[in-house]
Write a protein that binds this ligand. Structure first.
Ligand SMILES: Cc1ncc(COP(=O)(O)O)c(C=O)c1O
Length: 396
């Protein structure tokens, strides 16, 4: 392979860079007009009236739970197939994460896998739109009709997708987004919460600034005003410098989503029929934001494929191993292999291929051939090794 194909490359260009310089030229470096502008842009894109920018999706999930008064003694249902942040945010409130299994066709929780886990203590359902695929939010919304049960979406992978009229935050109490370094919109580290509920947004905003009654700009903007503190909050606000990168990227969301959909279709065609490779199901191209392009290989061969691709200059990663079997969660909750079989199976077989809008069709073809080559060479090695073993047995 002639040149390394990176797993991810950001698309920040001259427009975004000029905006950072403009933010640096201003007086307010902390949360201010650039943050407000990004909140407006994301709200406009989603068709949601209230957006609060925060310094990560983890912070958004944490505050979404706190703003629903979730804490010790409560349970929150999370997928076993997700990044640890989803479950960690629950622990940060003192509540207990309860892991649900996922659909073996696509890795997302379903109303059935969630319903099995609901108890009297359940206070929230926290679905994850894995790889960008919007879960069946309408079915989850129907489940969450009991008073005191919140539906909070982990939309870290999914700003763009739509299933008919359903979009992130359209049928839930709120949706939480990530602007982490490899996300579809990035400012290095950042996040946001979107909601139709003005009071929820206001409480989250306050909780993101220590629980203070006014923001820094309000306190020091024109004439000094005294502030008070209503409740204990965290320090999760997003500054103007990072927020300045967001608005131009939000405006380019659909254009870049179209490009990723085309690349995903090219990957699917190039990998179609390859023995030992399964591609997670996306029934309608618009249902997925196409944040990642994972493949699921034969059980027992994932790490060999990871190594083979890296040796061929292809950047890869794993999204994700099942969370309930990570040491900390296993020790705390006593989970065993076999508890959540679909999530575990995906966690053993999944790897993510390079995927970002700047990729070329030629790179997609090269990655697909590298996958094919790695799998074929591995098979050949296994066949030779077993031939050698039988010869040794014959000669013994
Ligand atoms: C599914 C999921 N949820 C939550 C997060 C946390 O996002 P952040 O890094 O912005 O806190 C991530 C980040 O990778 C993620 O992939």
């Amino acid at each position: 392979m002639d040149a390394r194909i990176e797993f991810f490359r950001h698309s920040l260009g001259p427009e975004e860079k000029a905006r950072v310089l403009a933010a640096l030229d201003g007086v307010i470096l902390t949360t201010g007009s650039f943050t407000a502008e990004a909140e407006q842009a994301l709200g406009d894109y989603l068709g949601v009236p209230h957006v609060v920018c925060l310094d990560s999706c983890t912070a958004a999930l944490h505050l979404a739970l706190l703003a629903h008064d979730i804490g010790p003694g409560d349970e929150v249902i999370v997928p076993a197939m997700t990044f640890v942040a989803t479950a960690n945010a629950v622990l940060m409130t003192g509540a207990a994460p309860v892991f649900a299994d996922v659909d073996p066709r696509n890795g997302c929780v379903t109303a059935d896998t969630v319903a099995e886990r609901i108890t009297r203590k359940t206070r929230a359902i926290l679905p994850v739109h894995l790889y960008g695929l919007l879960c069946d939010v309408e079915a989850l919304h129907a489940l969450a009709q009991r008073p005191g049960l919140a539906l909070i979406e982990d939309a870290a992978h999914c700003i763009e997708a739509r299933r008919g009229v359903v979009r992130p935050a359209s049928h839930s109490h709120c949706a939480c987004f990530s602007f982490y370094a490899t996300k579809n919109v990035t400012c290095g580290e950042g996040g946001a919460l979107a909601t139709h509920d003005a009071r929820l947004a206001e409480r989250v905003r306050r909780l993101s600034q220590h629980g203070l009654t006014s923001t820094a700009v309000e306190r020091y903007g024109q004439t000094y005003k005294h502030w008070d503190m209503d409740e204990l909050g965290w320090k999760y606000n997003l500054d103007n410098i990072r927020a300045s990168l967001l608005t131009p990227q939000i405006r380019k969301l659909d254009q870049r989503w179209t490009r990723r959909r085309a690349l995903a279709a090219e990957y699917e065609a190039a990998l179609a029929g390859l023995p030992g490779v399964q591609i997670p199901e996306v029934l309608d191209p618009l249902w997925s934001a196409r944040h990642l392009f994972p493949i699921w290989v034969e059980r027992g061969r994932r790490d060999e494929v990871l190594a083979g691709l890296q040796a061929r200059g292809v950047g890869v990663t794993v999204n994700y191993r099942a969370v309930h079997l990570l040491r900390y969660y296993r020790q705390m909750l006593g989970h065993q292999p076999g508890d959540l079989p679909a999530a575990e199976d995906i966690g053993e077989r999944t790897l993510s291929l390079p995927f970002h809008p700047q990729m070329t069709s030629d790179q997609v073809q090269r990655v697909a051939r590298a996958v094919e080559d790695t799998l074929a060479k591995g098979k050949l090695r296994t066949a030779r090794a077993s031939e050698g073993r039988s010869r040794m047995a014959e000669n013994a």
